[in-house]
Design a binder for this molecule. Structure first.
Ligand code: SAM
Length: 273
């Protein structure tokens, strides 16, 4: 590999462009997002996903594994920069910076290109607002082997630094689609997927639909839940039992309960040992 470009100033344009990825504007203009950590970069590499830019600390470059990763990234076309931990701290906006930070291309999967394994399992989120919830849900969807996360309507940015951090790497593994409700409805009907809406207004318990069918678990917005017309379109509208004083579950927790229950009823098929 040719020697990485050594950058010593935080005013360098590449450093500035990486820092800009903390802002929606910077991400929209470049089409990139930040993912931090050597472990994440190496998991992405295992899936054949390479960054456009990879920033590495001088110390990390001494480690054979990082050296190998950086060299493979450069071969795949990444622009590699070597810099100080202080500058990596500024890029990641952390006191305790990661030694490797990548800028990756944002990628949405068109609905029609989502995997078609049977029985399918998808999660659709209407108007999700909190990037931590979205990232946690993406990670959980990956953990149950779901086939995609579908963003319906106006949502927070799945490529924000906070959302990506919460995915813990699942951002690279989980197909992500975004669409409007009408297109989503036509798509799931065309694939004969059962729409299981999770709602506090549900009259049936959360396992009151057949898990052997392909299922889309449909979750509502943190403040207002699912709009009435979307609830009306569901094949099943279910409620997770609760007691105590809380009036609802956190969105990511509720999604985890829903997804794990479908997978449990499918005998945890494909679970690793
Ligand atoms: N005030 C909102 C409402 O009335 O729906 C609460 C929204 S809750 C924080 C966010 C989403 O999590 C809900 O739209 C629903 O999809 C899911 N959720 C939370 N608790 C649930 C429960 N006990 N049963 C079913 N879904 C639940």
């Amino acid at each position: 590999m040719s020697a990485p470009l050594r950058i010593t100033s935080a005013a360098n344009p590449v450093v500035k462009s990486l820092k800009a990825l903390h802002l929606k504007k910077g991400r929209s203009e470049s089409g990139l997002f930040l993912a931090e950590g050597a472990r994440l970069a190496s998991e992405a590499a295992d899936l054949g996903v390479w960054p456009q830019i990879m920033a590495v600390s001088e110390a990390a470059l001494e480690r054979p594994q990082v050296k190998k990763l950086v060299s493979a990234a450069a071969k795949a076309g990444a622009r590699v920069i070597e810099t100080s931990e202080a500058i990596l701290g500024q890029i990641g906006k952390r006191d305790n910076p990661q030694t490797v930070i990548g800028a990756y291309r944002q990628r949405f999967t068109p609905l029609d290109d989502l995997p078609i394994q049977k029985p399918g399992l998808f999660v659709a989120l209407e108007g999700v607002r909190d990037p931590g919830n979205l990232g946690t849900i993406t990670r959980t969807a990956d953990s149950v082997g779901a086939h995609g996360v579908i963003l319906v309507g106006q949502t927070c940015d799945p490529f924000s630094v906070e959302a990506v951090r919460a995915t813990m790497g699942s951002i690279f593994a989980m197909p992500l689609a975004r669409t409007d409700f009408t297109t989503f409805e036509a798509w799931r009907r065309g694939r004969d997927l059962l729409l299981a809406g999770a709602s506090l207004k549900g009259l049936d318990p959360h396992d009151a639909f057949p898990a052997e069918r392909g299922v889309v678990v449909f979750m509502g917005n943190e403040q207002s839940g699912l709009p009435a017309h979307m609830e009306a379109a569901c094949d099943a509208l279910v409620r997770i039992p609760m007691k105590g004083r809380a009036d609802s579950l956190n969105l990511a927790i509720a999604t985890g309960v829903m997804l794990y229950d479908v997978w449990r009823r499918r005998g945890y098929a494909g679970a690793r040992d």
